[in-house]
Design a protein around this ligand. Sequence first.
Ligand SMILES: Nc1ncnc2c1ncn2[C@@H]1O[C@H](COP(=O)(O)OP(=O)(O)OP(=O)(O)O)[C@@H](O)[C@H]1O
Length: 308
Amino acid sequence: MIEAKNLTKRYGDKTVVDDLSFTVEPGRVTGFLGPNGAGKSTTMRLLLGLDRPDAGEATVNGVPYRELDRPLSVVGALLEARAVHTGRSAFNHLLCLAQTQGIGRRRVEEVIEQVGLASVAHKRAGGFSLGMGQRLGIAAALLGDPAALVLDEPVNGLDPEGILWIRNLMKSLAAEGRAVFVSSHLMNEMAVTADHLVVIGRGRLVADCSTEEFIERSTERSVLVRTPDGTQLAGLLQREGATVTRTAEGDLDVTGIEAPRIAELAAADGLVLHELTTRRGSLEEAFMELTRDAVEYDADVPAAGGVK
Ligand SMILES: Nc1ncnc2c1ncn2[C@@H]1O[C@H](COP(=O)(O)OP(=O)(O)OP(=O)(O)O)[C@@H](O)[C@H]1O
């Protein structure tokens, strides 16, 4: 389990991570979301002891990273999305890393197999494509068979096949009981990958809840109604407490009342319906709105355990 408690980091007079607290639980993928510059990479560096917080603390299984005896066996990390610039082969690169932590050759072979690099294991890693470099970085993160993983934007710059591979790998690592913490600035990608979301804006926590709950709360549902009896139906629905607006095409856009109830009310008054479609707002739009101004949003919605 990874824990951030009141983490704060300032660069000059700018507070980049601001009193941030959250937990990354084992057995699930926790997505770490925020627009560019929100403070995700900085937070991950603090979790991994690469930077010191100005206040608060970060621990892995209750221990600060710098105090871990064999860190690779506790938490694996992928920090930068680029190929390794080395004249060494992928195998030797991993072997060197393994030897610093008393990890054997057999384990190096295993992780190379696991990330699908067996056929190029003895090729120079410096010549790898971005996707192969990402696989190598993930192999390094997995070397110590860690219970927790911290991955910073692992799908950046990958092709659809690479994205799918990383997505499935993260899910299977979580299914094995590991705590997987993965950052992204892409809401839609996280929506299909993560079980839980920690969302930040300007270094502050904006949401800490299940992905399902986030989607449910963030995207308002409305019903599109196409009818030749628009005026009567609009009046009827408004009397039932719904909010009705006319679209440019003359259809009704209805919120506050579900599609089956609209159909029942229309039927009871003998009104004709040509179409009844439940629609959801775009998740990406909701995310942009949510993170545009963290402070402003804070005042609007309930805190603690849900969308803050
Ligand atoms: N070493 C540093 N010195 C000064 N400012 C920094 C430093 N590292 C990061 N920052 C600033 O802190 C803010 C947060 O950066 P960070 O890289 O953590 O954001 P991010 O959410 O990971 O963004 P991205 O999605 O673009 O990677 C940015 O405004 C950045 O310019």
